[in-house]
Design a protein around this ligand. Sequence first.
Ligand code: HEM
Length: 543
Amino acid sequence: MWRESGVTTYPREESRRRQRRRGARPQHQGHGRLESCGSGSGGSESATTNCSKAHAFSVVYAIYNIYFHSLSKYPGPKRWAATRLTYIFSLWSGWLHRDVRDLHEQYGDIVRIAPDELSFARPQAWQDIYANEPGRPAFPKSALWHGAAKGRPPSVLNAIDIKLHSRFRRAMDPAFTEKAIRMQEPIIQSHVRLLISKLDQMASSDSQCAIVDILRWISFVVFDEIGDLGFGEPFGCLESSEHHPWCSMIFSSLRAATYRVTLRYYPAINWLMGFAIPKSVVKKGMEHWQMSVDKINRRLNLEKDRPDIISMIKRDEEGVDGITYPEMLATSSVLIIAGSDGTISVLNGTIYHLVRSPDKLAILAAEIRSAFKSEEDISLSTLRDFPYLKAVLNEAMRMCNPTPVGAPRIVPPGGGTVCGERLSEGVYVNVHSLTVSRSPKLWHDSDAFRPERWLDNKSPEFAMDQQNAIQPFGVGPRSCAGRLLAWAEMRLILARLIWRFNLLPTDTEAGRMEWDQQRTFTVLERQPFEVRLKRREGVEAMD
Ligand code: HEM
């Protein structure tokens, strides 16, 4: 390692070695090459002149960005600094998370990844960007990335104004406390029980062993749970063993939403969006919204004291001390997405690593199986005190971060300081989650799944690990509202799976899925993952 411009960098050879170790990534196209206009054989003279002017402007703009912009002093490739296009093409390819990680390896822990954006790979940046500090609020979200869609009411996720957002959080937070989750436990347990019984049937029907796409089943249970808590009715995924159209729609729309957002970087061509998006996609989006409206209306007509999230969110039609009906509509849709995506990815990632690390799985199985005589004794309150279970999930969140690209913020009017660097208003900043999760500067044996690093009595080799480098639930006023619920669900689902089944690898194509070969469109685009499930000896089949 050496230092350049006050920023620690890796030798390029080390960077190349790491790339080789991770394996070649699938080919993708369009990497930051600016299209040349050319004159075109039949083009008119004026078109040629306009094209030449545009070309000249692009060149001047790129030169300005590279050499004269206030961020020029920061390291990074010229191709990324010259125009936003390189970033956008990388984002569209689904490999932005890995491209930026490679840039950090090559250029250090502060890298310029667009004319007006810096990526940070230092733990301190979490505090500086996302936390409220005395006399200085957290950096805001930007309208570009998080602005509400036209004609839609604001939700907790896209409420950019600080006061509006804090009204949302004051109204919602009571639905996510320890006490609230205790009240929600019977609903959560009922879905986990149905999951286990469905899997048990599959394991029984095929000589006590079944190959299952565990990602699919985790998605079913998480969607049913959050649907029941957030909309007042499950999606019925477990019952039908199929994704409900609402859930399938989310999967297919995230990539399109990422593409759409990037057009906002170019307001002059943003209008193209109307033509670029196929009518069928627009229609599906409207059906999706209508489905949410119908669901929430049905729930609001149900009894008030059903212990779910909806009943615990404070309402106020004046919008002063609670959230209004339209805000509730927008927020409950968002809750289903925010409340499912991370949990599904982390649980899938946990199982992915456990089946590849039988020694760790054996320790976890011993911890869980020795503690409970009966599966029905497994409850949220008992699982809180299981150190290895907690360590396994923490390590899975490090290795399998559901949002490896991070969460962009914008420097507010008046400027701001991140890691000692004074930045002017309007600069985009981000902590790059993938890099800080896997950096060998921050973690011992950084690319290996080692839950032991999170134990109180960890071995000295992990003493220098910087555990505050990862913040899977974010930091500050906009950090995850549902983190306690996420922990509760993850502990319960994993413990009950392991209590009943032996989880084994399988040599099918989906069983050989490589975690780091998954693409990211804002969140991870998960690939099917198969495992073999075998009911433990001595455990009776479920009714
Ligand atoms: C392992 C699972 C989860 C992870 C890793 C996770 C992670 C995160 C992160 C990093 C953020 C902040 C995003 C940003 O700063 O832009 C966030 C926000 C949020 N999460 Fe989660 N989350 C998880 C599960 C849940 C669950 C179960 C719920 C409950 C329904 C939930 C509800 C929310 C909400 C409402 C926000 C928006 C908070 C705000 O803007 O004030 N999350 N989550």
